[in-house]
Design a protein around this ligand. Sequence first.
Ligand SMILES: Cc1ncc(COP(=O)(O)O)c(C=O)c1O
Length: 393
Amino acid sequence: MISEKIINSLKGSSMIRAMFEEGERLRKIYGPDKVYDFSLGNPEVEPPVSVKKALQNLVNSYEEGLHRYMSNAGYYDVREKIANYLNREKSSQLTGDNIVMTCGAAAGLNVVLKTILNPGEEVILFSPYFVEYIHYINNYDGKPIIVPTVKDTFEPDIDAFAKSITKNTKAVVINSPNNPTGVIYSEDTLIKMADVINRKQEEFNTNILLISDEPYDKIIYDDAKVPSVFKIFKNSVIVNSFSKSLALPGERIGFIAANDKIDDVKTLVDGFILCNRILGFVNAPAIFQKVVAECLDAKVDVDGYKKKRNILYNHLINLGFKCIKPQGAFYLFPKSPIEDDKEFVKRAANHNILVVPGSGFGCPGYFRLSYCISLETIENSLPAFEALAKEFR
Ligand SMILES: Cc1ncc(COP(=O)(O)O)c(C=O)c1O
């Protein structure tokens, strides 16, 4: 009964999910406080107080019609507020017409890919990458093309990038701050990428869309800045959500913003609006559109994340692990002390430490830790990491 495509996807089922299930098993045996689960990017922190207040105000001042369908693009006043917010942050000149409200970044990415892809067209990803991208591209019969990043920085390898672009290249997906490395791509790298894209567009007489997936743009440390892709890439869209910045992943709320400099941006956005409808999302959740519009300057406790990053990063470095210090997001991506990252992950699970192998992100030889869990769990896990590291000395 099931399609061959889905049977194949089921066979390669997510390693992150597999670790989650292993966590459930271990929690039943040892108790939840004895299992150190770093496998999922599901924030433990609460949304900022302003989110709860906005939600309460909305319920108290009950607006008639709040639960009705609206335009498939979302409420226009909300879209305008997001455009104005982005113009302040990204030096763009958007209006509400450049914004489509979506059911999180996941839906936003699907909407963009459905709108632009013909079967067989190529989408470039940089490894390590968020594994769902592969599924999203496959949903529209596109072809993922994986390009490596530079070993010590995890920034895109510009030469490899230039070589990977063909006449069939339709889009390039970047994710910065990055899941799983925590790296923010520098302005210099982005400018070099834009030069390559411009050259290749001319050579092949094509248009290549830069899709910037930015759900971690507000979780940044040490005065780091996320460069504005709108200033650097003419053909660009930002896909964002409030899952991480406001700790609202269960509410499924996000948006697509299309660069005002794109030729015929109106047709592109009309495509997004149509695809939001025909993919069955119809529109983003009504109440949470209104809530986030009141909280665009708010964010979760980033200092709390920074404290967790520092404790874990310093501990791992002291134990001899090699790891780049993340500038954003809430992940660490250390090198596995043995080549076989899946074997290392199994050995970590023997210490009740649950992490995800780098192979799950197209980057074997590494492992990912997600530190959006409680400080207590992180502190309690430190002796277990010590015991694990001892095995590899
Ligand atoms: C890089 C990246 N993109 C997109 C998403 C999807 O986020 P959302 O909850 O907004 O759909 C995630 C979620 O973990 C992510 O890490």
